[in-house]
Design a binder for this molecule. Structure first.
Ligand SMILES: Cc1cc2nc3c(=O)[nH]c(=O)nc-3n(C[C@H](O)[C@H](O)[C@H](O)COP(=O)(O)OP(=O)(O)OC[C@H]3O[C@@H](n4cnc5c(N)ncnc54)[C@H](O)[C@@H]3O)c2cc1C
Length: 490
């Protein structure tokens, strides 16, 4: 075991190479800081990493993206533009939806959804949808009034915001309304239960929380992105791994380094500031300016030595409520004879009345090889189904992998995903050539995530993502494209 100390000229160490960590690291490199990223896994990307099995390229997590293929308010696109890397994407606009009312193809775009409503609910629902669009328009404009890349939380914010003041002033009233939950805004104009259920579902997919707890700002941003004329969805050619590769390229282009298989065991604290990290192999790396943690708040707290933060602060942050975890089903299948018009994405809702967060009630499915055939061998498809952030960890906690009980539970709780896939590919079992079931334990293990959680479940009724001061520096949470990134600096 090495006990080497690297006292190189590193300015900033980033713990974790998720999309958040890589974005922060590449940007800091671009701005002239000497950055090192320490990633625990052997593959970069965190929840968005890609992996290969028998010629199939799997997305471990995300595959639904928008605002990536052209300049847009999407913060990730803004990062890619700043660091100067390309991310070729294929465009599409429709996903398939199986809901209790029946099947419909959902196209992004406000107008397209009118036809779905007309068919399923009638003209009153269409009118309510149009009223909702009109009500949301100023909120959506407010949500993109300042480019996310310009957001910051120190005094420099005043200078940064100056160029956008005129734009911001126009939206001042709306900005204040965006700090609460979306449900009250929605209920103000929508009586139709299907529209409510639909948006409740979108909120859940967006934030892991229902509309009663999802931030109105987050939804307004989605409206700005998904309901603009001519909108398209994007799938990066090569899958989420290509997005991660682009960020790694950007990091290296600006002098940054990425260490894989470099699990950080402790954040070193000297003179009341984060001064470096100690890896599991005993190596210590010093950082002249800051240590940034891309790990979740619960995982980050485990790295901070006792005494560096007050017990009260630790308890408070440990008590951050958490979203549930996931069941995953990754399949490689024979695609011979399947319809050529399979969609890349499908969503399945069993019963609206059970509540959108109820375990096993919602399944999400991706078949990205429909858009990028290079992800599977010729004549095959790659499939990822999952139950999105609604699998309770406690059902799995303490179970031992490779035991019959674990295998049985895996089989029982993956059944819902097989059934969902069979709605579009009835002979899915016979076609399957590679089959991998993931549980919350898998999620926690490969994504290095506390209890396999989707992330913090902070209700917009009670607060924003946590920010605050530690005894040795500023701690803040920056929401970048998909989820929070914790920032520790001196
Ligand atoms: C199944 C699934 C589907 C999703 N689908 C979508 C989607 O379609 N569209 C979308 O926009 N979003 C989606 N998301 C959300 C999105 O993937 C995440 O929000 C995003 O990838 C999180 O990035 P992050 O950088 O914040 O964190 P993470 O990806 O969790 O990165 C944290 C990194 O830190 C590393 N780490 C942790 N502890 C240590 C340590 N001690 N030492 C070193 N490294 C450490 C981890 O290994 C990991 O690489 C999905 C998520 C999941 C799980």
């Amino acid at each position: 075991m090495s006990t080497e100390t690297i006292t190189t000229d590193t300015d900033i160490i980033v713990i974790g190479s998720g999309i958040g960590g890589l974005s922060a690291a590449a940007l800091l490199g671009y701005y002239g800081f000497r950055v090192v990223v320490c990633e625990s896994h052997t593959i970069p990307g965190g929840a968005a990493h890609g992996f290969e099995r028998d010629g199939y390229q799997f997305d471990s997590g995300p595959s639904l993206y928008s605002g990536l293929s052209a300049p847009s308010p999407n913060p990730l696109r803004q990062v890619l533009d700043i660091i100067g890397v390309e991310l070729p994407c294929v465009n599409y606009d429709t996903w398939g939806c199986f809901v209790p009312e029946g099947y419909f193809p959902a196209s992004v775009g406000a107008e397209q959804f009118c036809q779905v409503l007309r068919d399923l609910r009638g003209e009153t629902a269409v009118e309510e949808w149009q009223n909702l669009q009109a009500m949301m328009a100023p909120f959506s404009q407010a949500s993109v009034a300042i480019p996310p890349a310009a957001l910051r939380w120190d005094l420099g914010a005043i200078r940064t915001i100056m160029p956008f003041l005129g734009n911001l002033a126009k939206h001042a009233v709306n900005v204040s309304k965006l700090t609460g939950a979306f449900a009250p805004l929605l209920r103000g104009v929508v009586q139709d239960e299907f529209i409510y259920n639909w948006l409740n579902l979108l909120c859940f997919l967006l934030s892991g929380l229902p509309a009663t707890d999802t931030s109105a700002a987050e939804v307004a941003f989605m409206f700005a992105d998904w309901y603009k004329p001519g909108v398209k969805l994007d799938y990066p050619l090569g899958g989420s791994a290509a997005l991660v590769d682009a960020l790694v390229q950007g990091l290296r282009k600006h002098g940054g380094k990425l260490y894989l298989n470099a699990h950080v065991e402790q954040i070193l604290v000297k003179n009341k500031r984060a001064s470096g990290v100690k890896l599991r192999n005993g190596m210590e790396i010093n950082a002249k300016k800051a240590v940034i943690s891309n790990a979740s708040i619960w995982d980050t707290l485990k790295l901070i030595p006792d005494g560096a933060i007050s017990p009260q602060y630790r308890r408070q942050r440990e008590a951050t409520p958490e979203c549930d975890s996931f069941m995953h089903l990754h399949l490689g299948i024979d695609a011979q004879g399947l319809p050529a018009d399979l969609a890349c994405h499908y969503i399945f809702v069993e019963d609206w009345n059970l509540g959108i967060t109820t375990p096993q009630n919602v399944v999400v499915l991706s078949i990205p090889s429909t858009l990028d055939p290079s992800l599977a061998p010729p004549g095959k498809h790659v499939i990822h189904a999952y139950t999105p952030g609604n699998e309770p960890y406690h059902l799995w906690s303490g179970m031992k992998r490779h035991t019959p009980a674990y295998q049985q539970q895996k089989q029982a709780r993956s059944e819902v995903m097989w059934k969902a896939i069979a709605k579009i590919i009835p002979d899915i079992q016979q076609r399957t050539e590679v089959s991998l079931v993931g549980t919350p334990l898998t999620h926690a293990r490969f994504l290095r995530r506390h209890r396999g959680s989707y992330g913090p479940a902070i209700s917009a009724q009670t607060g924003l993502f946590p920010t605050g001061k530690t005894p040795y520096g500023v701690y803040s949470v920056v929401v970048i494209p998909l989820s929070p990134v914790s920032v520790y600096q001196q």
